[in-house]
Design a protein around this ligand. Structure first.
Ligand code: NAP
Length: 464
């Protein structure tokens, strides 16, 4: 069989591995295998292209020293940073890597445009320029997202007439795109590149911290789209399939996250939720008084409960309390208590954060129950143990129309007989607002670092 047919076969296998791998990512049991499968498919596609692809003159790519040198540098860099990264810093790493994908798509367009600027058909020119625009927006936007999440850039900037300014910039990009198509020149292409980079920066700058994952997911879909343009350009099926899959998966995730927060994408892009600018009336404050409790009281309450629901949140990840919470769960199960975890879709700082965290400590998957499935059960539950969660159990989302989280579906922890909240202080959650739950008559606060507090509860339980 000719090289080309082997290559088609490899691309077909790789594309199938992406689709099956992506499907497997949707469940915790199969996610790891799915990731491995898709990565294996990608490796196969890359090696196939390097060794089997022939150019129009029938020559193989060659330059193996350069190619494998670059692959080695990228692999070592990626491997080390993925090994080193803290779970809580995962969103910024995803953002940085996504930015690199956008930069690749942009660079491909720059190189290809410099080769063919005067000879290409309009179709090819448009494909290259769209890849350039979308890749550059994704690159600069992702870098700003990284700087914000890493807290290198601490402030949320908003120009006086930000929305008008960004729309004007978009129109300028459109105008420059038409001009570069009509009058091809490197100069026009560079202006288009600079405008696109500026748009990416301005687009992400005013967006508040809590909305960053939505933006990252959106930028991720941009990168996929830019890669798909590369697939068109090179007539490369696997690049096209991969790009389309990333583009559509990113779009779907963006929509799902917006739905989970009950907000529209436009509101995320043009609003400034989570940036710390909380409007007047946004907080109901505390109704009632704050009552604190002790580890020994918590141990007694839990030991004699029939049902306990644990609500994990961002603080569980900060405290790295996933192992000790699992130990608590096992101890309670031995005492005959039915223990489950209630998983809010935006608990933590990235989609699936709590699932990943709890999987790390081998919590059984069937104990993790999604919000829709468990919300009815809170009113029949003796004890709800909220560990480092705040916004996702804030009743203001239901009953304060002025609150920035109003309308976001929450876990009905407040409806249970007793709620115990483990957190260090009266500190706020990501949305920057008070939680009225803490003042409810059925709410007890267990102050302290979650890992230390739960360790004390576990020790008390062992003594009982
Ligand atoms: P949260 O509202 O951010 O609250 C986390 C709480 O954890 C804080 O109030 C903090 O209180 C406590 N905490 C921090 N360190 C702790 C420690 N060592 N021990 C015990 N408690 C600790 O978290 P959430 O309820 O999980 O809600 C997630 C929020 O992030 C939502 O607003 C969501 O929209 C947003 N968001 C979600 C995603 C996503 O994709 N999942 C991404 C970005 C943003 P103290 O300081 O008093 O301890």
């Amino acid at each position: 069989m000719q090289n080309q047919y082997w290559l088609y076969l490899i691309y077909l296998i790789a594309s199938m591995s992406f689709i099956v791998g992506l499907k497997m990512l949707s469940g915790p049991k199969t996610a790891r295998m799915g990731n491995f499968l898709a990565a294996a498919g990608m490796t196969l596609a890359i090696l196939g292209t390097i060794f089997l692809h022939k150019n129009q003159e029938g020559h193989l790519i060659g330059n193996y020293g350069w190619i494998f040198g670059a692959i080695a540098i990228g692999t070592i860099g990626g491997w080390l940073s993925a090994k080193k990264v803290e779970m809580t810093a995962m969103p910024q790493m995803v953002s940085l890597f996504n930015g690199m994908g956008g930069a690749c798509a942009g660079l491909i367009s720059i190189v290809e445009y410099s080769h063919i600027q005067n000879e290409a058909s309009i179709g090819i020119t448009i494909t290259i320029l769209l890849g350039l625009i979308i890749g550059s927006v994704s690159f600069s936007g992702s870098i700003i997202a990284y700087l914000k999440l890493q807290e290198i850039m601490k402030k949320t900037f908003r120009l006086p007439a930000q929305n008008i300014f960004t729309i004007a910039l978009l129109l300028m990009i459109l105008g420059m795109l038409i001009m570069t198509i009509m009058l091809p020149s490197m100069f026009h292409m560079i202006i288009l590149l600079l405008l696109s980079l500026a748009y990416g920066i301005l687009f992400v700058l005013p967006i508040g911290g809590a909305d960053m994952p939505v933006v990252i997911s959106l930028l991720n879909s941009f990168t996929g789209l830019a890669a798909a343009f590369g697939g068109f350009l090179y007539d490369n099926q696997v690049m096209l399939t991969g790009g389309i899959l990333v583009g559509s998966a990113g779009t779907l995730l963006t929509i799902l996250m917006c739905n989970a927060m009950n907000r529209s994408l436009l509101n995320v892009i043009f609003g400034s939720f989570g940036g710390g600018n909380v409007a007047e009336g946004a907080d109901n404050g505390f109704v009632g008084t704050i009552k604190s409790t002790t580890p020994s009281d918590v141990a007694i309450l839990m030991k004699y409960a029939q049902n306990v629901i644990i609500v994990p949140g961002y603080g569980l990840a900060v405290a790295q309390a996933q192992h000790i919470i699992h130990e608590l769960e096992e101890l309670l199960e031995k005492e005959g208590v039915n223990v489950r975890y209630a998983i809010h879709p935006v608990a933590g700082r990235m989609p699936g954060h709590m699932n990943v965290l709890l999987a790390e400590s081998n919590v059984s998957y069937d104990k993790l129950v999604e919000m829709e499935q468990i919300n009815e059960d809170f009113s029949k539950t003796d004890v709800v143990f909220v560990v480092g969660a705040n916004d996702v159990v804030n009743p203001a989302a239901r009953n304060n129309p002025a609150s920035p989280i109003y309308g976001m579906p929450i876990l009905n922890a407040d409806k249970s007989r007793t709620v115990i909240v483990s957190k260090r202080s009266m500190g706020k959650g990501y949305a920057g607002i008070e939680n009225e739950l803490f003042g409810y008559p059925n709410c007890l606060m267990l102050f302290g670092d979650a890992k230390q507090s739960i360790t004390k509860v576990v020790n008390e339980l062992k003594e009982l």
